[in-house]
Design a protein around this ligand. Structure first.
Ligand code: UDX
Length: 481
């Protein structure tokens, strides 16, 4: 055995530079650290700078030898917005400019972990990269290092991406007319409930040259190039879809819900935040004064935006429902700042009586709070898993991407809430909030509690995610030798 093989494996983790994926990949990194592996997490400079601003990211792993953060350029100028529509430019730049830097970093020894000062250095022995960053598979092949892919979006949406070639080849897509309620036929396992309107919003354009379609239609091929595919879900939630996916990627590691998996193993490292915004903890004090299951938590994640009109409709719906609400209105999520000074008086009054608004909340803690009885969410995958784990029913207002699919699964497959997609009307909001929080409360809470138990059990010794994670660590160790 040479000296490198006698050292623990050194895993390089490369997340997609977005809040959701960065969150999940940090959690995976921490889990692997607990298992004694050496970890380098590679962040784009932009994400690193934002994390340093709001979190204790640099000191967090002080107790963890063999953990380091390295940065790489995403190839874009500092003032590039890197969100909304412009995010596709980040993909392009990563593919064209970052790929070369990435390979150079791996073949130079700049990513080595220093052990015992400079005496022993461990080179990267395995890569774990976001599956959207297909170029990492090319580089891994070129330098002969094993690679695992991770997809941090929902498996139900990933399965649709896997089926895009079939949708196109069968002639079903592009759709022949505008009927969004027409069932989808070419996605095995979803025939009875999936409609055109439940596909990611970019599928509605019917344009095969849409850059999103181009990007995602090769997902199945790209992800199956890796040794295995790590997923943030659990067998009991997603088994039918996972079984479909195994026909294309046989080696799956469903190890979620990651946020809870990490908490279970967190014995030595401090519990931590990866937030790109400062958390306003005053909402926890406010929640402490509320009755159990009495508050609906409203948050549309880290990317979704809304217009002023949508804001007003949502706000009237919430106030008119007469339920207490905690609402995250993220900076820049509404066009301009004028809304703050132009609010109708009845909304301001209604909010003072039963609402609390923050710019960013400690969401996991909020969802775990007994006062929260429901979650009105944009259906980002992390938000859904956090809600499922805590047994909170959901109202879904999907914004884009996997969220359109996720919201359909929440209502029709898991029975955990109501899908409000494609509507934005104060009366619908009022009705759904009342249904979730009052009229159908027991029905939804019953199912949410059941799913929450399954989520908790899968992380116990011998549970599905626990065992899949064990298998992942064993496989990384054997491939690293
Ligand atoms: C993006 C995509 O939009 C989504 O569809 C995909 O599933 C994952 O990446 P994002 O908007 O970041 O999603 O939503 P989500 O996946 O729900 O992640 C948001 C994270 O921010 C969650 O972990 C949540 O706990 C956290 N959050 C959100 C806070 O900590 N505080 C808040 O106030 C709001």
């Amino acid at each position: 055995m040479d000296e490198q093989e006698s050292l623990p494996p050194h895993v390089l983790i490369f997340p997609l530079p977005l809040q959701g994926p960065v969150n999940s990949m940090f959690k995976l990194a921490e889990l692997l650290c607990f298992s004694g592996l050496h970890i380098t997490i590679l962040l784009t400079e932009n994400i690193h700078n934002r994390l340093v601003l709001h979190t204790d990211i640099t000191s967090r792993f002080d107790q963890c030898p063999g953990f380091q953060i390295k940065t790489i350029s995403d190839g874009l100028p500092d003032d590039h917005p890197r969100d909304g529509e412009k995010f596709l430019e980040v993909f392009d730049s990563l593919r064209t400019k970052t790929k070369t830097l990435f390979k150079d970093m791996l073949i130079s020894d700049s990513l080595c972990v220093d052990l015992d000062g400079e005496v022993r250095r461990r080179v990267v022995s395995c890569i774990i990269a976001d599956g959207v960053l297909g170029f990492t598979c090319d580089v891994a092949d070129e330098i002969n290092v094993p690679i695992f892919c991770v997809r941090t979006i929902s498996s139900c949406c990933l399965w649709i991406f896997f089926c895009l070639p079939e949708l196109i080849e069968s002639g079903e897509y592009p759709f022949k007319d505008d009927n969004l309620d027409e069932p989808i036929k070419s996605v095995p396992g979803t025939e009875t409930f999936l409609r055109r309107r439940d596909l990611p919003e970019f599928c509605r354009s019917g344009d095969l040259t849409d850059p999103n379609i181009q990007l995602f239609k090769t997902e199945g091929q790209e992800n199956s190039r890796a040794y295995g595919l790590i997923l943030n879900t659990f067998e009991e939630l997603d088994q039918p879809i996972l079984n479909q996916m195994r026909t294309i990627c046989p080696n799956l590691y469903p190890i979620g819900p990651l946020h809870a998996h990490l908490k279970k193993k967190q014995t030595t490292l401090r519990s931590s935040s990866n937030s790109l915004w400062a958390e306003d903890r005053t909402c926890i004090d406010w929640l402490n004064d509320q009755l159990p299951n009495s508050v609906i938590y409203v948050s549309f994640g880290s990317i979704a935006t809304m217009t002023n009109d949508q804001l007003i409709e949502f706000w009237y719906g919430l106030v008119n429902s007469k339920q207490n609400f905690l609402w995250v209105i993220r900076p820049n999520s509404i066009g301009g700042e004028e809304w703050k000074s132009k609010m109708p008086v009845d909304l301001v009054k209604g909010t003072k009586e039963r609402g609390y608004i923050v710019e960013w909340a400690p969401q996991e803690e909020v969802l775990a709070h007994p006062a929260i009885g429901g979650f009105w969410t944009h259906c980002g995958w992390n938000s859904i898993l956090e809600s499922v784990y805590e047994g909170k029913p959901m109202i879904c207002w999907p914004y884009f991407f996997d969220q359109q699919v996720n919201s359909r699964f929440v209502e029709k497959v898991w029975g955990l809430g109501l899908d409000m997609k494609d509507t934005c009307d104060r009366e619908i909001v009022e009705k759904m909030v009342k249904d979730l929080m009052v009229l159908r409360k027991q029905e939804f809470l019953g199912r949410a509690n059941h799913m929450s138990k399954l989520a908790k059990n899968c992380l116990m010794e011998g549970g599905s995610s626990y065992s899949n994670f064990d298998r992942l660590v064993k496989d990384i160790k054997s491939l690293s030798n």
